[in-house]
Design a binder for this molecule. Structure first.
Ligand code: HEC
Ligand code: HEC
Ligand code: HEC
Ligand code: HEC
Ligand code: HEC
Ligand code: HEC
Length: 443
């Protein structure tokens, strides 16, 4: 009887531990995988059902290139909101209207004249280049049912400026807990086994005769010496490492007042770095663009497209709220400037000490170095960060390694000849050009 009881309690502990581990592993991995595909497939499926055969995906592309300047699905812009428009007229009417709306109005078509009177004096562009199939596709797209953005479990809510869902600490905590459970289980199992052994009169080995391991260790002086040296070296290494990283802010990535994504702008939309950081070419500072530069595009872009939102756990609603912040900051109410502005205070990330001198144009224009060489793959950063250590060693190493481009650079024609004579080489590094002189980098 007793044995059976023991057996039960062991298996109960096991199954409890297993269940616990499963819970953690599921909740830690569940969030990322299923959310994306579900979202991409859904609109396609139900739009197919609602309209006679057009492809909403192609339709969306056509809509964005041809119609989005004047139409929004849910909001009146220059033209009326178009969601569900296929129900407002007969199918053939759309072919005539979209290919040439003015002609249809002139012909006296009742629907067309009514629309014209409601929207005068705005005129819709003619699209003779669109085929009937194209128009079917567009209508399939405008028939899509409006979706509330699917909230990603564990993702931050709108307006909450935070990084991706589950934090490393939670996962670490869970792992520690699982480890702890395992130790407890081992201990319990050991206990139970000893009890069983005792009950069955099996003699467990007695430990009396042996010297405890730590006593053996203390007696062996050579081992003690080696361990002491090892400990000293290790702690010295860490202390040195700690001291050297004081004032080095590599990977520093502060939370900005507006979540501005370089991945979306410089990556997905291929906007040139120098469009925004225009002074990098000509001056010491690269500069952060003024909000007017943003508004060159954002007067017309008030929200991100549905496909953008799926990455990195940020929802479309989150991104749209960021653009809203931009509007609040410049005082744009959707159609005009209100004059009420709230300057955005970007947190500065890269910052050399005052006693060091660094000049962008020297490196970007004269030396022709890519931004990415020093700032990393910025076009992939969801949040901007400091990629390089910005230590003196980092500057100097690169000056030692990088050859100066002389060809076609009038600035160097003369210096080049003299210096290459002096060093007896054809190619020169930045270091040989004087890139190691203290005064070049220190005031
Ligand atoms: C230059 C602006 C402009 C562009 C571009 C434009 N539209 Fe229009 N659209 C209008 C205006 C304005 C009206 C209202 C009628 C009028 O004043 O001519 C309208 C009306 C319509 C209507 C009728 C809406 C209703 O409520 O019955 C449809 C359908 C339509 N447009 C589809 C399209 C499609 C599809 C495209 C792209 C291929 C497109 N429009 C591009 C300005 C535009
Ligand atoms: C559409 C405008 C825009 C474009 C294009 C752009 N940036 Fe930026 N960049 C910004 C804004 C706004 C900030 C400040 C907010 C931030 O740090 O995220 C910034 C910040 C930075 C910073 C950090 C500045 C600091 O505080 O130290 C670096 C480095 C940078 N950008 C490099 C680049 C590079 C490299 C590219 C091209 C791959 C690029 N940027 C393209 C707008 C832009
Ligand atoms: C050359 C055009 C252009 C400029 C300039 C530009 N943007 Fe954008 N921005 C876009 C486009 C396009 C999108 C939406 C992309 C999408 O739908 O995938 C966008 C999206 C955004 C978003 C939502 C996604 C995100 O990054 O969080 C914010 C916020 C934003 N822009 C802020 C800014 C700010 C601030 C500036 C000025 C420093 C700026 N933009 C300058 C084109 C531009
Ligand atoms: C040779 C390395 C190097 C290259 C190449 C480089 N940067 Fe920098 N960048 C730096 C350093 C170093 C700083 C810090 C400067 C300081 O604090 O004075 C910096 C700072 C910045 C800043 C923030 C402060 C400021 O100067 O306004 C921005 C924005 C920036 N860089 C953008 C760019 C862009 C865009 C390019 C490409 C056109 C580029 N950088 C190319 C090294 C580089
Ligand atoms: C990616 C390589 C690289 C890095 C990193 C780099 N530099 Fe340079 N630097 C160059 C090159 C190449 C030149 C030569 C440009 C030229 O043709 O004059 C140069 C030139 C200079 C010059 C002008 C030297 C002269 O002889 O006139 C100064 C000053 C300078 N760098 C400072 C810095 C500082 C400060 C840093 C670190 C914060 C730094 N550089 C980091 C590549 C680099
Ligand atoms: C290529 C540019 C460059 C040259 C050449 C250069 N330095 Fe520096 N130095 C820097 C930068 C950048 C820093 C700031 C590093 C930091 O903040 O960690 C710095 C920091 C220092 C510091 C402060 C201690 C530290 O590590 O933070 C001292 C001291 C110093 N430099 C001395 C010198 C002397 C002496 C020379 C001439 C032999 C020299 N530097 C040449 C770029 C340079």
């Amino acid at each position: 009887m007793k044995k059976v009881g023991n057996h039960n309690s062991i298996s109960r502990i096991y199954s409890f531990g297993l269940a616990l581990m499963l819970t953690f592993s599921l909740s830690a991995f569940a969030q990322s995988a299923p959310a994306a595909p579900a979202k991409a497939d859904a609109p396609k499926a139900d739009a197919m059902a609602s309209s006679g055969g057009g492809d909403p995906i192609k339709g969306k592309e056509l809509f964005n290139t041809n119609c989005a300047a004047c139409h929004n699905l849910d909001k009146k812009m220059t033209g009326p909101a178009l969601r569900g428009v296929s129900g407002r007229h007969k199918k053939d009417w759309f072919y005539g209207w979209i290919k040439n709306s003015s002609a249809l109005i002139k012909s006296g078509d009742a629907d067309a004249v009514k629309l014209w009177n409601e929207n005068k004096p705005a005129v819709m562009t003619a699209f003779p280049q669109l085929s009937n199939a194209d128009i079917d596709n567009i209508l399939a797209y405008t028939d899509e049912v409006k979706k509330d953005p699917v909230p990603v479990p564990g993702a931050p809510k709108v307006g909450e400026v935070q990084e991706s869902g589950i934090s490393n600490n939670v996962i670490l905590g869970a792992l520690a807990l699982v480890m702890f459970m395992l130790v407890v289980m081992l201990y319990l199992v050991n206990n139970v086994l000893t009890k069983i052994a005792k009950a069955n009169n099996i003699n467990t080995e007695s430990k009396a005769g042996r010297v405890p391991i730590w006593q053996a260790f203390v007696k062996n002086q050579f081992l003690v010496l080696v361990s002491a040296i090892f400990l000293l070296l290790a702690s010295g290494y860490f202390v040195y490492g700690y001291l050297m990283q004081i004032g080095v802010d590599q990977d520093y990535a502060p939370i900005q007042p507006i979540h501005y994504s370089h991945r979306i702008h410089a990556g997905n939309n291929k906007i040139d770095c120098k469009y925004c950081h225009s002074s990098a070419r000509v001056s010491k500072n690269a500069g952060i663009p003024s909000l007017n530069v943003c508004m060159n595009c954002h007067k017309n872009i008030s929200e991100v497209s549905d496909t953008t939102s799926t990455a990195d756990g940020h929802t479309k609603a989150f991104y749209d709220a960021q653009i809203k912040k931009l509007y609040d900051a410049v005082g744009w109410d959707g159609t005009k400037y209100t004059g009420k502005t709230k300057p955005v205070k970007w947190v500065r990330i890269h910052n050399l000490p005052d006693f060091a001198y660094f000049n962008h144009s020297q490196h970007v224009t004269v030396a022709g170095i890519e931004c990415q060489k020093c700032h990393g793959p910025v076009q992939t950063y969801e949040v901007q960060k400091q990629f390089a250590p910005l230590t003196m060693g980092w500057c100097v190493n690169c000056h030692r390694e990088t050859e100066v481009k002389m060809e076609g650079n009038a600035y160097y024609d003369k210096i080049h000849k003299e210096l290459s004579k002096k060093y007896g080489v054809d190619k020169l590094t930045a270091a040989q050009m004087g890139g190691l002189e203290c005064g070049k980098c220190h005031y």
